[in-house]
Design a protein around this ligand. Structure first.
Ligand code: LRH
Length: 491
């Protein structure tokens, strides 16, 4: 029969999973093989990823898949969060522990870079939203601080490419993840040599760019030996999780807005070419490289990080609440008249989030949320209001209406957030699939294997294989006044 099996590894900032996908007669079935938490580690004041543990989990995933009877997988692909990287020395060994994009070393680096390259110029040349966590500012902080690691570095590999290298021994940079660095020319789809050179970053640490769907190589002989498996092809699908998620949006037409809901909320549209003008710059939209030559024109919004980080604090205090419990407490609390700007700098770093949210409300002269339910409600309302602001800005830049919003990703398990998004934006929300990134990763693998023609067909397959839930807007006018209050708070 014509079934094809593929294995997807999807690493988010808070958890990772291995998903087995089976594509049979235009239908994709997924099965979770392995799931694990991804915990950032603070070492002497610096925040790092536990990269070697993640490699261990990849091996566990492959083993569980093969030992569970599915040794006949056609390919493997890995997607991860954006912007972060590892450095290799001249022998190809990893130098140090890769840093987390929330590490404080980038503090103040944007201003320093803008002294060398004015911010409008940096935006127009890369099309990327100016955010402190971008690779460009991470690298500059190392150059500026005289980092010994940087002096030793021969190769830079972004996180998914680093894992591809650990698995195959091949060094390559996949285009979608490269575009998150703010060092890529979005028109030429090549490294922006001028920016790299002006900032004093060594040009030769960057490897060649390969397009999504490229076969990187087979599992290396050492890995096959260690795991007792056959050499399986490793594909650079979309290295960037956000692009995998967008590829999974089950829309039929071209005209849709999406929100990829995870640690971040990535909200935008798909376009054929980058939008680089004064409006896109002043509204802080990013042009990231996607699948099938598409550009995702979107905004990074803080997202469920706010809730995840509250949960971590409440866990430390011994409250031990699940996300579902937190959601029902928020429903019980009902609408609260206090709002935060989810993207305020105050909320970027890890720590006591409920306390910071209360402080924000107090400093802005608003009601201070008290209970768990009120804090969670304050976050969900504020996110929905930010989505409304973002969809209105998108319509402004594009000059057309966006009546439907597709929400995908783990965050849609929070139905309060989905229904608030519909109510507050006054737009229909179509929610699903939940496993958007893994599903996107799998359909891109299927495209690479020649089993799916293009993105359009991939989306049709997703639509036919996974359920969606529709949220119609209710009482939207009720949110007009809160929206005005919200806009005043965020300036
Ligand atoms: C979401 C994401 C996002 C990036 C951020 C660092 O997981 O990839 O697109 O901006 O992580």
């Amino acid at each position: 029969e014509d079934a094809v099996k593929m294995l997807a590894f999807d690493f988010g900032a808070s958890s990772g999973r291995a998903m087995l996908g089976t594509l049979r007669k235009g239908h994709l079935e997924i099965r979770e093989i392995h799931r694990f938490s991804n915990d950032a580690v603070n070492v002497s004041g610096n925040l790092h990823w536990d990269t070697l543990r993640l490699l261990y989990e990849i091996k566990q995933g492959i083993l569980k898949c093969v030992n569970g009877g599915d040794s006949d997988i056609a390919s493997i692909a890995i997607d991860t969060w954006g912007v972060d990287f590892g450095l290799l020395d001249e022998r190809g060994e990893l130098i140090g522990n890769p840093y987390h994009y929330r590490d404080k070393r980038t503090l103040g680096m944007m201003e320093k870079v803008f002294e060398i390259i004015p911010k409008e110029q940096l935006y127009m040349k890369t099309g990327i939203q100016l955010m402190e966590l971008n690779t460009v500012f991470q690298l500059f902080s190392m150059i500026h601080g005289g980092s010994a690691q940087m002096q030793q570095a021969k190769t830079l590999l972004l996180t998914p490419d680093l894992f591809n290298y650990f698995l195959t021994g091949v060094k390559a940079t996949e285009y979608s993840i490269a575009s998150t660095t703010q060092l890529l020319d979005p028109l030429k789809k090549q490294w922006c040599g001028e920016i790299i050179q002006k900032l004093g970053i060594p040009r030769d640490i960057f490897t060649d760019i390969v397009m999504p769907g490229t076969v990187i190589g087979n599992l290396s002989a050492e890995i096959c030996d260690e795991l007792g498996v056959k050499p399986i092809p490793v594909i650079a699908a979309a290295g960037h999780d956000t692009q995998a998620a967008v590829a999974s949006v089950p829309a039929c037409g071209e005209d849709f807005a999406y929100i990829s809901c995870g640690t971040w909320s990535l909200m935008g549209v798909e376009t054929d070419s980058p939008i680089l003008n004064d409006k896109s710059f002043s509204m802080s939209f990013t042009n990231e490289g996607g699948i099938d030559n598409k550009i995702t024109f979107l905004k990074n919004i803080m997202g469920l990080w706010l809730i995840q980080e509250c949960k971590r604090q409440w866990d430390r205090e011994g409250k031990n609440l699940g996300f579902a419990a937190m959601e029902s407490m928020a429903r019980e609390a009902g609408p609260v008249s206090c709002f935060i700007d989810p993207d305020d700098r105050l909320f970027v770093s890890p720590g006591n989030m409920p306390e910071r949210i209360k402080r924000y409300c107090c400093d802005t002269g608003q009601y201070v949320p008290q209970s768990v339910g009120e804090v969670v409600m304050c976050i969900c309302q504020s996110l929905a209001l930010k989505y409304r602001m973002t969809v209105e800005s998108l319509e402004d830049v594009l000059g057309r209406k966006l009546p439907v919003i597709h929400m995908v990703g783990g965050g849609i398990k929070d139905k309060l957030l989905c229904s608030l998004t519909a109510d507050v934006t006054g737009r229909e929300v179509i929610a699903g699939p939940v496993e958007a990134t893994s599903v996107g990763n799998l359909v891109i693998q299927a495209m690479a294997l020649g089993k799916v023609k293009n993105l359009k067909e991939a989306r049709r397959i997703v639509g036919a294989s996974f359920p969606t839930e529709v949220f119609k807007p209710r009482d939207s006018q009720m949110w007009d006044r809160p929206y005005e209050a919200f806009k005043n708070i965020i300036r």
